[in-house]
Design a protein around this ligand. Sequence first.
Ligand SMILES: C[S@@+](CC[C@H](N)C(=O)[O-])C[C@H]1O[C@@H](n2cnc3c(N)ncnc32)[C@H](O)[C@@H]1O
Length: 248
Amino acid sequence: MDRKYWETIAPNYEEEIFDVLRNDTSGLIVSAIEQAASREKSVIDIGCAVGKWIPLLASSFKHVIAVDISATNLQIAKEKYPQFTNVDYVRSDMSADELSVTPCDVAICINAILTDSLKKRINFFQSLSISINKEGILILVVPSLESKLYTNIIANRWNVDGDHDEKIESSKKAFELANNIKQGVTDIDNVPTKHYLKEELQLLLSLEGFTVERVEKINYTWKTEFNNPPKWLQEPYPWDWMCVAKKG
Ligand SMILES: C[S@@+](CC[C@H](N)C(=O)[O-])C[C@H]1O[C@@H](n2cnc3c(N)ncnc32)[C@H](O)[C@@H]1O
């Protein structure tokens, strides 16, 4: 999941990538943003992609910095929202060894730290800290490893979507899958994607000088995981983790 990957996805972004804003029917992320927002404050949207959060951010904050690694994504976002004149679009790699960024009072980072590279994730978490002013608020959403394992267990136990027919193409791939899962990296649409444990997320943020205020589940429907979810399958629903943290 490097820059090339995200540039390739960009033209078909709407079809390829899961829309967190649309699927968070609880509105918990919007509420967290509204709680942190002020017309006196600045906000940085880290991994903004095609700018789904821009209308909310631009109308709730004084100034918005929309950051993404993909120039194509940023161009799409910029063309979509010409009416919001308080938004700056900045191409930047938050996983780079060195970063120049204007820190803001609030940061949102929604399903952007997905890379299977540990080195890139370490840099990304450091970048989160650099991007936020002291006492500033971070709203971070990441895929949940607990949810992914729960989904896998259900798929296997009840052969959902023909789970039993799935074949691993080679022993090399089997070795890769086994090694990855030990690090919380598991495929989404055949792309190795980092998933996080709640405790891991709390640890990673505290190491970067954040105080975690709360971690909440962002629940989705089973239709987001299965083509044909069993009718009886209800709560708990699949989820991402949302973490609200304060920079110390
Ligand atoms: C799954 S999309 C999420 C988009 C958006 N936050 C949303 O909720 O709709 C992940 C985005 O993170 C961006 N991204 C991934 N790695 C990045 C990095 N190292 N630096 C900056 N942006 C990155 C990708 O280009 C992509 O647009």
